[in-house]
Write a protein of this length. Sequence first.
Length: 82
Amino acid sequence: MISYMINLDSVSKVQAFVDAISEFDYSFEIVSGRYTLNAKSIMGFFSIDLTKPIELRVHAATPDAALASIIRPYLATIDNAS
């Protein structure tokens, strides 16, 4: 399993993300707090707080280049400034 923190802070981003990952045979989960959802199901996204980064779990041994390029635009940036 591979884990990423992603931002999906608009309906259009959620739709584009779900459409993009649906092309892969891997299982994808979104984890937000105590909720774990199927990331290929658009309806589940609207039951979680999308104003904060969420965890994406990819059930694959290693990501391929195509998956990495799909996920890259959605990666959350970490602000280390205090």
